[in-house]
Design a protein around this ligand. Structure first.
Ligand SMILES: [Zn+2]
Length: 295
């Protein structure tokens, strides 16, 4: 794993594999307390790193499966306490909360997620999960990191800005190959676009993120690309609508978001279809359109 200093007491932790669901990059903040924000480098490796560096709290940036999967193991096998942002921590506490927050229950795919995706990703619920405020990150880093709320990808999603090196930790804003993601009903395109704008205006000269190595050239363009992808998808959704596709299901089948829906196996197709349909809904809502198959 590569460690890159981005401010006094703040290091970026670059996972050995990028753009992988099983790993992600993180931050290590060594102040009066040592905390980690995300960072998954392999099951045993993550635990070993936490122990070696005396990390006392593990702040999960947002509740998504690729970020929250190590929490239960960290809670059970180290002295470090996992916590999630104030807006989302309850989602990870129980099956019922997760089902509601993601809309999986209502869509009838929650069982599939629990049977297929959760074991594959190693996610377990953590009834004892703690929570944290963004102000705590600022305080522990002694002001080296400024929290920038950036909802849209998830309701409690945020970025962290390090003025000292003019670096921005964009977390899961969508700089990687997968692009911006907003496949749950609580994702909001308006919020997402505002968050992208905010990140852009900081004019950072280095961009750090969850699933990509550091970007030092064309930082503005890298952020613009996220917006371009959303705009292109929006146009495609509107074109499908104009062609007479008046249901979310029909528009989703146009393959605007996923070329293939079986990348997690045949059984998980309904889950991917659900994500895709949720994204279509986000665009229709953004355009003020009402699909025939929406309540
Ligand atoms: Zn995410």
């Amino acid at each position: 794993m590569k460690r890159i200093s981005i401010a006094e007491g703040v290091e970026f932790l670059e996972a050995p594999q990028q753009e992988s669901w099983l790993m992600n990059n993180g931050l290590l903040i060594s102040g009066e307390e040592v905390i980690m924000i995300d960072g998954r480098f392999g099951e045993e490796e993550t635990l070993a790193f936490i122990r070696e560096n005396n990390v006392s709290r593990y702040f999960i940036s947002h509740f998504h499966i690729d970020h929250a999967s190590d929490a239960w193991r960290i809670a059970g096998e180290t002295d470090c306490r996992p916590a999630l942002n104030r807006t989302e921590y309850q989602y990870l506490q129980s099956s019922e909360n997760m089902s509601r927050a993601t809309g999986y229950g209502q869509a009838g795919v929650h069982k599939l997620v629990e049977e297929i995706l959760m074991p594959r990703m190693g996610l377990q619920y953590v009834p004892s999960i703690g929570s944290y405020e963004l102000a705590e990150i600022e305080a522990i880093s002694k002001g080296q990191l400024l929290a920038v709320p950036a909802p849209g990808h998830s309701p409690g999603h945020y970025c962290l800005y390090a003025p000292q090196s003019n670096s921005l930790y964009t977390c899961d804003l969508g700089l990687d190959r997968f692009g911006p993601w907003y496949g749950f009903p609580h994702c909001n395109l308006n919020d997402f676009l505002t968050s992208i704008e905010k990140a852009r205006e900081l004019n950072a000269k280095q961009l750090f993120s969850s699933h990509r190595p550091v970007i030092r050239e064309g930082t503005g363009e890298a952020i613009d690309r996220i917006k371009t992808i959303i705009e292109k998808r929006h146009e495609q959704v509107l074109n499908a609508w104009k062609k007479g596709r008046k249901t979310v299901k029909e528009i989703a089948q146009e393959g605007i978001f996923y070329q293939r829906t079986d990348t997690h196996g045949k059984r998980a197709v309904p889950v991917m279809c659900y994500w895709q349909e949720s994204m279509v809904r986000c665009h229709l809502e953004y355009a003020g359109l009402h699909a025939e198959d929406s309540e």
